[in-house]
Write a protein that binds this ligand. Sequence first.
Ligand SMILES: Nc1ncnc2c1ncn2[C@@H]1O[C@H](COP(=O)(O)OP(=O)(O)OP(=O)(O)O)[C@@H](O)[C@H]1O
Ligand SMILES: [Mg+2]
Length: 324
Amino acid sequence: MESSPLYNFSKIIARSNKMLAIFKTIQKIANFKTSILITGESGTGKELIAKSIHDSSLRRDKPMIAVNCGGIPETLLESELFGHAKGAFTDAHKVKKGLFEEADEGTLFLDEMGELPLSLQVKLLRALQEDEIRPLGDSKTVQVDVRIITATAKNLGEMVNRGLFREDLYYRINVLTIEVPPLRERREDIPLLAEHFVQKYNNRLKLNTKEVSEDCLQRLINYNWPGNVRELENVIERSMVLSEHDVLTTEILPPELLRHTAASNEDLFFWDEFSIKTNSKKLEKQLITKALSETKGNKTKASGLLEISLPALLYKIKEYQVGQ
Ligand SMILES: Nc1ncnc2c1ncn2[C@@H]1O[C@H](COP(=O)(O)OP(=O)(O)OP(=O)(O)O)[C@@H](O)[C@H]1O
Ligand SMILES: [Mg+2]
C-alpha cells in the first residue's frame, strides 16, 4: 500500500484532521520571519515540524541549526549561541562563530526552551529584539538575520507564572504557537505511521516485513503511547527485528504494551453485526466514554472534543448510562 502524498508533508506522515490543520498552518506561516513556538509531549514530532517549516520557507537553501538548550551546560551554551572573541576566557584560543551567525539567513531551532537558564534568556531576548548579537568578550555587535523556532514539552506559560521563565521572552517567542497533539488524540494516524516505519526499517535493516496483522494493528491503535510517535517507531523496529515471519503479529509486541491494551477487537471495530443503528450507538457510547476519560469527566470539554452541544452530550450520557 502506497501512502498518498497528501498524507506526507515533507516527511511528516499523518492523515488526522488535527495534523492536516498543522500542515496548513505551516504552509501559511513558512515565509514569514515570525517566531514560532512548537509545544507538545516528547516524541510527538516537534523537531520534524520545525524542519518542515524551514524546508517550506524561502530560507530552505540556508542552514537550519538545532540547539538542545537542555543538553549543554550554561557556561558553554552562551558561547555556543553567540560565539566568542579570542581570549574571551581561558580556553578561547581563537575566535569562534556562534550558532546565531552559523544560522544567518536561515533558521535557528531552539529545542527544550524551558531548560534555558534565566541569565541566557535575557541575552536571547536582546538578540531577538535587535537582530544582533555580541560574542563573548567582544566589544562589537554582529547583525544577524535568523528565523527563530522554539520547542518545548514543558508548559512555558506556567513557568512564567512561577517566575522560572521571563514573561517578555515568552511573548517574544510565542507570537504563533503550534500545538502538536499526542498520538493518542489522533489514533487514525497510527496505521499510516506503522506502515511508514515498516518500510523505513525494511530499507534500513534490509528486512522483508510485509505488513502488520489486523489484530496487532488493533493493539497498536488501542495503546496510549506515552512516548508518542518515537515510541511507536521503536516498537515497530523492535518487533521487526525479533519477528520470524514477514507479518508482524500481536505476540511479538512488547509485554508492557500488551498489558495496557484490551485483548478484544471490540474497542474500535465491531463488524460482527450489520445494523448501522446498533453499531452507531456502540460507537457513540465508546467515543463518549473515551472523551470523558480524556477530559477527566469535564463534560463541557468532552462535548467540544466530540463536536456536539453540551445538552446533546448530557442527553446521550443519560441514554447510554455512561460515566455514572
Ligand atoms: N508524523 C510523523 N511522521 C513520521 N515520523 C515521525 C512523525 N512524528 C514523529 N516522527 C519521528 O519520531 C521521532 C521523534 O520525533 P521528534 O524528534 O520530531 O519529536 P519531538 O517532539 O522533538 O520529541 P522530544 O520532545 O523528545 O524532543 C523522530 O524519529 C521522527 O522522525
Ligand atoms: Mg525534539
